[in-house]
Design a binder for this molecule. Structure first.
Ligand code: AHG
Ligand code: MN
Ligand code: MN
Length: 339
């Protein structure tokens, strides 16, 4: 029987690709993988435990926080704090960035931004949720990390990944040399390489957007949705609409099958909903590395300046040709409204 390569083995093997690598990034990725397994265990038994439902608090953006959000945040923070390779964490669940000032960590090279539990409104109904992470090299030289360390554009990411807690649990990550996916084998408790060198199709037939917000969408998005729904055999339209409401799950499906995921600005959320640092940037890095594209409708997500750790942005992400087409609708509509 062929032995599957574990995440740990793969990370160590890949470390050799990086000149001068001392293993810090490898250890950081390993720490994240361990925390993901702990969170996976809890997500899997959520229905059995008194862990379902809302925690008696809201997160700093006023959104309902579920108990597992809090739990996942604690697990990742604990793993990153004790691992010694991370000098700062930015989390969706914490208003301020968290410098790690212990003797082992304060001079560490890396900072981690994390959405510990993505799609948390789906927990109560047994639908896939995820974790998203992004890793940067600090820009400050030494000592306590500061705000400038995290206000870096997405194009400075060293690594990014997500975990999907779905019908099986997968960890997908990139260090800028392609994308690899690992499926958790529960019988041995290891992530095993199952999706080497993931590539997303250039085009697809799935569009994913919360159409309930249609009335508040920009005209370009409305027109693109209508385009998706037109009957045109040559371009395989009408496309299929699929929307789970967990960014990780929606983008994971589209990455594999080909498709576009859009969370635009709306009349009520002029900056969009999704957060740059721990949602848009890591997913954009992964999709680009898989051959896809991610923009805010005009500008590449990874080139957008970051001024706030919880900054939001509209996002158009997925198969290259589909994203380009949607952008064209945004541009054409903007031009026609000026004329
Ligand atoms: P989170 O659970 O981390 O707050 O993220 C939820 C996000 C994202 O996962 C999803 O794509 C989007 O919110 C869904 O928003 P709508 O319910 O507005 O469609
Ligand atoms: Mn999220
Ligand atoms: Mn979240």
């Amino acid at each position: 029987m062929v032995q599957a390569k574990t995440l740990g083995q793969f990370i160590i093997e890949k470390q050799a690709d990086f000149k001068y690598a001392k293993g810090e990034l490898s250890r950081l990725l390993r720490d994240i993988g361990i925390a993901a397994k702990i969170v996976n265990r809890e997500v899997n038994k959520a229905g059995l435990m008194d862990i379902l439902g809302n925690a008696a608090q809201t997160n700093i953006q006023g959104e309902r926080q579920q108990k597992l959000d809090v739990y996942a945040n604690e697990q990742f923070l604990a793993a990153l704090t004790s691992g010694g390779e991370c000098c700062m964490v930015v989390s969706e669940e914490n208003e301020e960035f968290i410098p790690i000032t212990s003797a082992v960590s304060k001079n560490a090279k890396y900072i981690v931004a994390i959405d510990p539990l993505d799609g948390s409104s789906n927990i109560d109904v047994n639908v896939a949720v995820g974790t998203i992470f992004s890793i940067y090299r600090r820009v400050s030289v030494n000592g306590a990390a500061n705000l400038a360390d995290v206000l870096q554009a997405g194009n400075a990411q060293v690594a990014a990944g997500y975990v999907i807690y779905g019908s099986s649990t997968m960890l997908v990550y990139t260090t800028g040399k392609g994308v690899n996916g690992f499926t958790l084998d529960p019988s041995i408790g290891e992530f095993c390489l199952s999706h080497p060198d993931m590539r997303t199709p250039e085009s697809g037939v799935i569009y994913s957007i919360n159409e309930g917000n249609y009335i508040n969408f920009p005209d370009g998005v409305k027109k693109y949705i209508k385009y998706c729904q037109v009957d045109d055999g040559q371009s395989q339209r009408p496309y299929t609409s699929r929307y789970i409401g967990s960014m990780v799950a929606d983008i994971h499906r589209n990455l594999i099958k080909g498709g576009i995921f859009i969370y635009p600005k709306t009349a009520t959320s002029p900056q969009g909903k999704l957060r740059m640092v721990y949602e848009c940037n890591p997913m954009a890095f992964i999709l680009e590395q898989a051959g896809g594209r991610a923009t805010d409708g005009a500008t590449r997500i990874l080139d957008l300046a970051i001024t706030d750790i919880h900054q939001r942005s509209p996002i158009f992400i997925g198969s290259k040709k589909m994203v380009e087409k949607a952008e064209q609708f945004m541009i054409d509509t903007a031009v026609s409204s000026v004329c």
